[in-house]
Design a protein around this ligand. Structure first.
Ligand code: ATP
Length: 384
């Protein structure tokens, strides 16, 4: 894939506040890239600098081989979709989408062809003559996306475009947006603070914190191999507990055995253990690593969320998820589910409101203070 955009050491200060602290990031053609981070971490500022609405304090942006810092916004071949749709209220759907093409003085036939293609792309065939102010939020956002794409930009910038929509519509639009991006085949740079949204749509996620990039990776990399505790806690749920290394293993799923692989952890070395709630299995009493007591069980639809207070070592609360729909797990399915996922008899789940439970966890261990150590699956003892 061709490198399309390079941020080179981008620094941005407002008055005396440094908002971006030296951003280095490469973005490729046809990528769906998400800038993800909590409110105030600098996502929008970075997007606005790329869009040409703000100038960086120092650093360079290279776009398709050219340094563009001094190129005005309207000459950059990109377009932006905002959370607030900013449609022209006095124009109908067709004229909103056609606006940019009319300014470029394109012929009536070409305009009609392009606008119709956009209407079909965003699923608004038959809405051409509608007044935009009478459309739903989701429909208005579709018009805004069509208007931004009709000029055939190389890059579409999307600043929390789904933020104003209700949850159901938001989820629908996540799939729509991904589909649209694949259909038009251009780079989308999407800003959100919603980790689920980022995981659902992105080819690449850029996790930011306080004006810095903390990790860049695919959704699975970010979820399975977070570089630090901040990412582990921000993306998905995780239990992080202190441990001491006993043996260093990789799980071999084929024969459901463990193979010993040396990842460089020393015996008895203190490690941070991250366990995803869905990776904890309940097993027969005293067969697991973590012993605990169930404090509460909540039915969440897809899964039960079970809060367990561990009783081995220091008392600690651990959250675990167990599939909630009994019907989807029959004996055959159970066989297919890898050893990492599931062990328990689902009939028992709703009764797990109190009492003892023994859990066995597939944990990942890090030493967050030592960057040289790689990730591995391990067995561990909870630290006393
Ligand atoms: P959100 O998700 O809330 O939009 P964000 O990650 O996009 O957050 P930015 O909008 O980039 O964050 O803001 C980063 C920091 O820069 C914030 O502390 C904000 O107050 C500050 N900031 C942004 N624009 C300006 C401005 N024009 N003048 C002064 N400070 C600004």
């Amino acid at each position: 894939m061709k490198k399309l955009i390079q941020f080179k050491n981008i620094v941005k200060s407002f008055d005396n506040q440094i908002v971006l602290k030296g951003i280095n990031l490469d973005i490729y053609e046809n990528e769906f890239v998400t800038l993800l981070g909590p409110s105030g971490c600098g996502k929008t500022t970075l997007l606005r600098i790329l869009g040409g609405f703000l100038e960086q304090t120092s650093g360079e942006i290279v776009f398709d081989g050219d340094e563009i810092s001094k190129v005005p916004a309207y000459k950059r071949n990109l377009n932006t979709v905002f959370q607030k749709y900013a449609l022209f209220p006095h124009l109908n759907v067709y004229d909103n989408i056609a606006f940019g093409l009319k300014i470029k003085k394109q012929s009536k036939d070409i305009i009609e062809q392009k606008v119709n293609r956009m209407l079909s792309l965003v699923g608004l065939e038959g809405y051409a003559k509608r007044n935009v102010t009478l459309l739903s939020g989701g429909q208005q956002q579709r018009v805004a996306i069509a208007r931004a794409l009709v000029n055939e930009p190389d890059v579409l910038l999307l600043d929390e475009p789904l933020g104003a929509l209700d949850l159901k519509l938001r989820k629908e639009m996540q799939h729509e947006l991904k589909k649209i991006q694949q259909e038009v085949g251009i780079t989308f740079i999407f800003v959100t603070h919603d980790q689920e949204e980022a995981l659902t749509m992105s080819d690449k996620i850029v996790v930011m914190k306080d004006g810095e990039i903390i990790q860049i990776g695919t959704p699975t990399e970010i979820y399975n191999e977070p570089v630090d505790e901040y990412v582990a806690r921000f993306i998905g749920e995780s239990n992080i507990i202190d441990g001491v290394m006993k043996e260093d293993y990789l799980v071999d799923f084929d024969d459901k055995d463990y193979k010993c692989v040396d990842h460089g952890f020393r015996e008895n070395e203190p490690v941070d253990i991250m366990i995803r709630p869905e990776d904890i299995d309940i097993v027969a009493r005293n067969k697991g690593v973590l012993n605990g007591e169930v404090k509460s069980t909540l039915f969440k639809g897809v899964h039960y969320e079970i809060i367990v207070e561990t009783v081995s070592g220091t008392s600690k609360t651990v959250t675990m998820h167990v599939l909630g729909n009994k019907d989807i797990v029959n004996e055959e399915e159970k066989e297919k589910i890898s050893a990492s996922n599931f062990y328990m008899d689902l009939e028992d789940v709703p009764n797990l409101t109190t009492g003892d439970v023994t859990a066995r966890a597939n944990a990942q261990a890090w030493n967050f203070d030592n960057e040289d150590l790689s990730i591995s699956k391990v067995t561990y003892d909870v630290k006393n």
